[in-house]
Design a protein around this ligand. Structure first.
Ligand code: NAD
Length: 380
């Protein structure tokens, strides 16, 4: 009997699948060009009073969804900001209660999804997400909120969307710079999922395919943002990446990105892009199979080629490769190395201060990692 691919849609077709997220419910995934027209019907499977959360950029898409709802559109939340300020979350919760909403529809990037999740965390309302970037929040039970400049995060199955509708046509407006950085963010989820202790064979298959889909799709989308085939490929890779992010334990890379982003308020996706090649090089000797899979997805050969290949891809796409260019001060490196050395993190190569300091320095300078094992690296 032929083996069925666990990653549907590899032929570029529309697909519908149920993706199981451990510790939470299965997410109904609807993927295809033009799938925005299915959002109203999908939302009405979940409830009959819809509150639509969509920032300014997504206004037109939100209008189209609401037009298909007859009397079921209960209200709109347009005030969307990165990192979900608590005040915005409280205002949205109050609005949901005022209009008697029984389902939340989020249209936008991680910020719109994050606001709907914050409302779900308090109210328990189901969420339908329509992502327009490659960040992956729509496939995770992870919420985040900011209060007085301090970001708190947590996991709760109530915030994991019940349904996610991916329409690549919504991503053609994503500017090249955001496309590149957001795509590198998705690749970071793939890389860390492949060496996560809890990755399953099914997920690994989806993620390996996701690496190749992202690399090809991002190249095409950056060259021509309106190329729907490239956009479909990139978004399909991003859905695998988001599924992996929600289903596995992320390692050193995500800890560092969170640490630096929180302390220095640097752009989320760009940080991922600058750190990822260096973290892949750091772990290459300790996770040779996982990093070799990443390398092959990028058209390279061995685990030690993964870091350089990720660096070359970021450079080709015009995504950030240097923390200095993102605005990190030079004197932050030692402080970050001290903190990182004390982190409780599950990652293939143990975290030692000297190794992490060298990693951070390379990410700061934007140095292309070498294709040979570095000093102090664990060998297979
Ligand atoms: P974002 O949602 O803030 O969007 C960035 C900008 O791009 C915004 O101005 C937005 O309006 C615009 N935009 C979005 N889609 C567009 C499109 N198709 N065309 C043109 N412009 C578009 O950015 P993001 O990177 O998607 O999300 C970042 C946020 O998500 C951060 O707060 C991050 O912490 C969070 N996040 C959370 C998780 C999770 O699992 N909880 C995962 C990833 C990211």
């Amino acid at each position: 009997m032929p083996r069925t691919s666990t990653n549907p849609g590899t032929g570029g077709d529309r697909f519908v699948t149920d993706a199981v997220v451990p510790g939470a419910h299965a997410v109904r995934v609807v993927f295809g060009v033009g799938a925005l027209t299915e959002v109203a019907g999908e939302a009405l499977r979940l409830g009959s009073r819809l509150l639509v959360v969509a920032g300014a950029h997504e206004d037109a898409a939100a209008d189209r969804v609401c037009a298909g709802l007859d009397g079921a559109a209960a209200g709109r939340v347009r005030d969307v900001e990165q990192h979900v300020p608590v005040a915005l979350a409280e205002a949205a919760v109050a609005q949901a209660s005022r209009v008697g909403a029984d389902v939340l529809v989020a249209i936008g990037g991680g910020s719109a999804t994050g606001l709907a999740k914050a409302v779900a965390l308090t109210t328990g309302l189901p969420v339908l997400a329509v992502p327009t970037t490659y960040a992956g929040s729509e496939m995770t039970p992870i919420w985040g909120m900011t209060d007085g400049g301090v970001k708190s995060t947590g996991r709760d199955p109530r915030v994991l969307p019940r349904t996610v509708v991916y329409d690549p046509a919504l991503t053609v407006t994503l500017p090249a710079a955001l496309t590149a950085a957001s795509g590198m963010n998705a690749l970071a989820h793939c890389v860390e999922a492949l060496y996560a202790p809890d990755v399953t064979a099914e997920l690994a298959e989806a993620v390996v395919d996701g690496v190749a889909a992202l690399a090809q799709g991002l190249r095409g989308a950056v060259a021509d943002p309106a190329d729907l085939e490239a956009r479909s490929r990139a978004l399909r890779g991003a859905w695998s990446a988001g599924w992996a992010l929600g289903s596995t334990t992320m390692g050193l890379h995500h800890k560092l990105a969170h640490l630096i982003g929180g302390a220095y308020r640097l752009p989320h996706a760009g940080l991922h892009s600058a750190l990822l090649p260096q973290v892949a090089a750091y772990n290459a000797g300790a996770a040779p199979d996982a990093l070799a899979q990443v390398a092959r997805g990028l058209g390279a050969d061995s685990a030690h080629d993964a870091g350089p290949a990720l660096f070359d891809l970021a450079a080709e796409l015009g995504a950030p490769t240097s923390l200095r260019d993102l605005g990190l001060p030079a004197d932050a490196i030692d402080r970050l190395a001290d903190t990182a050395a004390g982190l409780d993190v599950v990652t293939p190569r143990p975290v030692d201060r000297a190794g992490v300091r060298a990693l951070l320095q390379a990410a700061f300078d934007g140095t292309r990692p070498a294709s040979t094992p570095g000093a102090g690296e664990d060998q297979p």
